[in-house]
Design a protein around this ligand. Structure first.
Ligand code: HEM
Length: 275
């Protein structure tokens, strides 16, 4: 093969390799974040805020998180009923809704579940934002549902003993129990007027999320086994409400390919002229 054609071939191969690497690189990064996250696709139409069994929930990708008994701080518990939790989420550009699903052999009035978010930029520990050696401590926003009231309490905490309901209650919740499974829907507007107390959800951005579940069963003496600090907890995971579809990256990729092809065309022409 003539030297000029060999060079052409190497240039073409090189160009294709660069473009492929750019596309794959972008895809790999976002996939890495996906595996530890709950993603809320944006849906048209009403969010199923009152219906844990609505069909539209099937359009949300479920994420399952391990739950462990709270052994970090007194009062500890060595064994908790709930071992893992499946979470789905949806948003409609204004509101966000989470569906928590987990196995609980008995339906009890004190069955409860909660979501936790960091508030603002300060890193907080998932134990109520308690200041810890490795974490300075920061405010957290907790959405708490209990079966007997079957509604949500919007709470704030910044360390143990500080947990309290907020003045403004922005969160809704509704639970449904069947066949040994609880399904609990929490919903709220994506953003609120209280950014110092409430987590704010910005579509396209990952935020931290943690979970807690209480099995309201009683022991032989009639005392609650799981209550307050004695519950199943998760550590921090990620949540992202999907941003509306953005095609700009494809446009840039197409432009890059066009520029690369244009460059090669000129180069080949120059090389041919030079023969
Ligand atoms: C290591 C992790 C955790 C520890 C050590 C812990 C500890 C405690 C303690 C000591 C209490 C009693 C009230 C107080 O002192 O503030 C409590 C209650 C509570 N915690 Fe946690 N917690 C942990 C994680 C979580 C998480 C991740 C959530 C939410 C997702 C949560 C939600 C709640 C709620 C809603 C209550 C009130 C329960 C009630 O009134 O029945 N906690 N927790």
């Amino acid at each position: 093969m003539k030297p000029a054609n060999q060079v052409t071939l190497w240039v073409v191969r090189g160009g294709v390799a660069v473009v492929t690497a750019m596309i794959l690189g972008g895809a790999t990064l976002s996939m890495a974040q996906e595996s530890v996250a709950v993603r809320a696709p944006m849906v048209k139409g009403a969010l199923p805020v009152d219906d844990p069994n609505a069909a539209v929930w099937s359009s949300a990708t479920p994420a399952t998180f391990p739950m462990s008994p709270q052994v970090h701080w007194q009062n500890r518990i060595q064994e908790a009923t709930v071992k893992n939790l499946t979470v789905r989420a949806l948003h409609d550009g204004t509101q966000v809704a989470f569906l928590l699903e987990y196995a609980d052999p008995t339906q009890d009035p004190d069955d409860g579940a909660a979501l936790e978010f960091m508030v603002g930029d300060k890193k907080a520990h998932f134990a109520h934002g308690q200041p810890m050696a490795q974490v300075e401590g920061g405010p957290v926003n907790i959405w708490f549902w209990k079966n007997k009231e079957n509604k949500a309490v919007d709470m704030s905490a910044k360390g143990f003993g500080t947990l309290k309901p907020q003045e403004h209650q922005d969160v809704k919740a509704k639970g449904a129990y069947s066949n040994g499974t609880w399904k609990v829907v929490f919903s709220r507007s994506l953003s609120t007027e209280h950014p110092n107390e409430d987590a704010q959800v910005t579509p396209g951005e990952f935020i931290n999320i943690a979970f807690a579940v209480w099995d309201g069963r009683k022991d032989a003496a009639g005392d609650l086994v799981e209550k307050g600090s004695q519950k199943a907890v998760s550590s921090w995971w990620y949540f992202r409400a999907d941003a509306p579809p953005d095609y700009s990256s494809y446009m840039y990729a197409a432009m890059a390919v066009a520029v690369a092809l244009g460059f090669q065309f000129v180069l080949i022409r120059k090389l041919k002229k030079g023969q």
